[in-house]
Design a protein around this ligand. Structure first.
Ligand code: NAD
Ligand code: ZN
Length: 353
């Protein structure tokens, strides 16, 4: 779990005070990995407290993080600075937070980041790392994974060293998120709740967080009573609780199939989950009905026909990726899942998307 968290509008202003005692020495910089959507946005960047050799890397979140990108960034940091950095601070959405987590791990662990995709393969603690979400829903701010696309698979570095040491939950930072993106990433949280609460791995720990996150999602996406500020505050907490819920259970069918879309077609996580969830009535009837009501209420368009021109070989790649995520299927359908989920069934579903 994340050991320290501050919450509240404007809490981002505490960054300097909270980081100062963590500076190892004047030659050991803080490295900021910041979504390049904030480049030139001084309302945010002027509050990043740079001193000594501290540096900001602006990184695009147009594509999800790759293992090669992590390795390049780590090499650049190691070659540029004589000392190991004092810390890595990721400011952005799931893409940037995952990158920050992975970089902090790879600074202290040998080899390439692809070698650590899986469960509990990390040998040495990461350096101090801090997460500052600027869009809500993924739960990446609280999770023990960092999802990376590698040469062979899209899979997280799941480890006890992955969670942030410190998180800043400042809902004000999400004020300019475009509406479609707000919905896609928000639905990631909603799908986390549905998949966790309907999974066979469910336990009281996961349930208590999942139910709270689902209640918040209903309020945010279906009621008309919230102000913009209240809605932002609540979505940030829904994301946190949704992430906590899957920390002790698993996601399910939508995530398994969305990983396939992400790996082959580069479809991003949030919108990918929506594309898949549209067609999962058979697995999550109530969850899908409520999702559709939310989509209609906010007049959101979901891409269609994305699998129309794929070859058999491409379907096979997506199906291989989806089926390799065994814990997700087992959570969704139980230990005997292989009896009901066939390659043909997955192809049929992908063809609808
Ligand atoms: P994202 O980080 O990919 O960002 C989506 C878009 O929103 C980008 O264009 C970004 O520039 C923009 N954006 C972000 N904050 C903004 C702001 N305040 N104002 C305006 N624009 C802003 O989106 P995401 O959905 O948060 O993250 C998706 C990534 O998270 C995927 O790579 C996925 O694999 C990962 N993920 C990780 C976990 C985990 O537990 N580690 C869980 C779920 C998803
Ligand atoms: Zn997700």
């Amino acid at each position: 779990m994340v050991s320290k968290v501050v919450f509240g509008r404007g809490c981002f202003n505490q960054l300097g005070d909270i980081l100062a005692p963590k500076r190892l020495n004047t030659k050991a910089p803080f490295i900021y990995i910041v979504d390049d959507v904030f480049k030139g946005k001084s309302w945010l960047t002027s509050r990043i407290p740079l001193s000594y050799d501290d540096k900001i890397y602006y990184i695009s979140a147009n594509e999800e993080p790759k293992t090669s990108q992590v390795d390049e960034l780590v090499e650049e940091i190691i070659l540029t600075y004589k000392e190991r950095p004092s810390g890595i601070i990721g400011i952005g959405g799931g893409t940037i937070m995952d990158l920050a987590k992975a970089v902090s791990i790879m600074i202290t662990n040998d080899g390439e980041s692809k070698d650590y995709q899986g469960w509990d393969l990390v040998k040495h603690p990461a350096i101090y790392h801090v997460g500052v979400p600027t869009i809500s829903g993924t739960g990446a701010e609280v999770s023990r994974t960092t999802i990376l696309t590698g040469p062979e698979r899209k899979l997280g570095i799941n480890s006890d060293f992955t969670p942030f040491d410190q998180v800043f939950l400042d809902p004000e930072l999400t004020k300019d998120v475009p509406k479609d993106q707000w919905f896609y990433t928000g639905m990631d949280c909603y799908v986390h709740c549905i998949e966790s609460l309907n999974g066979t791995y469910l336990n009281s720990f996961s349930q208590s967080y999942g139910e709270k996150a689902l209640e918040l999602c209903k309020e945010i996406f279906l009621s008309d009573t919230l102000t913009k500020d209240e809605s932002e505050d609540k979505l940030m907490m829904a994301s946190w609780h949704g992430g906590m819920s899957i920390a002790y259970s698993q996601v399910g069918v939508a995530h398994a199939m969305s990983y396939g879309l992400g790996y082959l077609l580069g479809i991003k996580h949030g919108v990918g989950n929506c594309i898949v969830f549209e067609h999962l009535e058979a697995y999550y009837p109530k969850g899908v009905a409520m999702y559709k009501a939310m989509r209609k209420k906010h007049n959101i368009t979901i891409p269609q026909g994305i699998c129309a021109d794929l070859s058999d070989k491409e379907f096979d790649i997506m199906i291989d990726v989806a089926l390799s995520l065994e814990p997700l299927w087992e959570n969704a359908l139980g230990k005997q899942w292989k009896k009901t989920i066939t390659r043909g069934k997955l192809k049929e579903l992908y063809l609808k998307m």
